[in-house]
Write a protein that binds this ligand. Structure first.
Ligand code: 1CP
Length: 339
């Protein structure tokens, strides 16, 4: 067990563990080196040895408290038989899929398609580098996954009117959610001791649809994760009402985005909080990084808090800034443990 799980379960308030969303990835030269020789991203996510190597890259370089498996939220559509490719300077591009394709996908086939992910998790778990650290497994939120499946490319660039039939969306979410549950279950059984749900596009859902598209299906995922004695972190990026989400969905940790005012949220949420700082701060200078990091640490000094960013590390980040960030967090922890 690592520090994250300790903070979550014992509600230790003084120590602040740190890991970063997208800690393995394009800002690391050692990742880019592998990536340039592996142009098929999905294939890379299914290469057991390389997944292990990439997952451990940031752990070997930095003093982080948790590893997150190198994979992608779009492995679920891939597992369902949808074509998924990542195009350079464009992002993901998906093939067509409909309700019946999802409904008729046998569980066995889905699990076989994703078998290398689970094998990688098992291999990583056994590695001594992460013996005292947490291993985070993850999935996309059901709404976010369905949106990619129907929009067939990033909603950031061109959000099409994917569906107008509300009951069909709810039906599709239900079927997709079944496979997301399987994916969570298998990751835990293979060695993940924490699950994070990335609902990157939760902020696009209208208030009248939140209950059906986000709260209800996500609540099921949290329930399953917790029933397996595993804490669940939820990241409903850009959602308007974090306290309402937290109350209804009931995660163990709520991860906030960088538009959230940390002081305001602190007054409204009692469970452990993660993240918040704008990843763009890592693109500025050390002085500003120190000031902003200490601000977040200070706001949450009496609250169970996991240091992370308000979204993933940006590809243009200088790795030495990440190193400095971790140093600042460690310094804060050293001071806290002496007091
Ligand atoms: O080299 C490359 O071009 C690949 C870049 C890359 C990487 C390193 C992609 C493509 N995915 C990943 C890995 C990844 N994705 C991880 C690994 C573990 C880690 O170090 O954190 C994780 C957790 C994800 C999660 C993910 N994938 C999310 C949720 C978080 C977020 O950023 O909001 C989303 C939305 C995706 C989809 C995705 N994968 C990759 C891209 C370019 C995208 C599209 C993003 C978009 O719509 O803009």
């Amino acid at each position: 067990m690592g520090l994250l799980k300790e903070i979550i379960s014992k509600k230790n308030k003084s120590l602040k563990p740190i890991w970063l969303m997208r800690q393995a990835g394009r800002y690391l030269p050692e990742f880019r080196e592998i990536r340039k020789r592996n142009l098929d991203f999905i294939k890379l996510c299914l290469d057991i040895k390389k997944v292990k190597q990439i997952t451990l890259q940031p752990i070997k370089r930095y003093d982080l408290d948790a590893a997150i498996i190198f994979s992608d939220i779009l492995m679920v559509p891939y597992g369902l038989g949808q074509k998924v490719v990542f195009k350079k300077n464009f992002g993901p591009q998906l093939g067509s899929i409909n309700l019946n394709d999802i409904k008729n996908q046998p569980e066995k086939k889905f699990l076989k398609n994703l078998e290398p992910v689970y094998k990688s998790m098992g291999m990583i778990k056994k590695d001594k580098t992460i013996k005292k650290k947490d291993l985070i497994g993850f999935v996309g939120g059901p709404w976010t996954i369905l949106l990619y499946m129907l929009n067939k490319s990033s909603p950031k660039k061109n959000l099409r009117k994917v569906l107008s039939d509300r009951s069909l969306i709810i039906d599709m979410i239900r079927y997709v959610n079944h496979f997301i549950q399987l994916h969570i279950y298998k990751q835990i059984k293979s060695g993940a001791n924490i699950i994070q749900i990335f609902d990157s596009w939760a902020g696009l859902v209208k208030e009248k649809n939140l209950q059906d598209f986000v709260y209800e299906p996500t609540k099921k995922l949290v329930k399953l994760t917790r029933s397996l004695n595993t804490p669940c972190i939820c990241f409903p990026r850009n959602i308007k009402n974090y306290p309402e989400y937290t109350q209804i969905v009931n995660p163990d940790v709520i991860s906030i985005d960088y538009n959230v005012d940390p002081r305001k949220i602190l007054k409204k949420i009692e469970i452990p909080i993660q993240g918040g700082m704008d990843p763009k701060v890592l693109l500025t200078n050390k002085k500003n990084l120190e000031k902003t990091t200490n601000y977040y640490l200070d706001v949450f000094k009496n609250h169970p808090y996991i240091f992370n960013l308000g979204h993933g590390v940006l590809p243009q980040t200088d790795p030495s800034m990440v190193e400095y960030l971790i140093k600042i967090v460690r310094k804060f922890n050293d001071r806290a443990s002496k007091n």
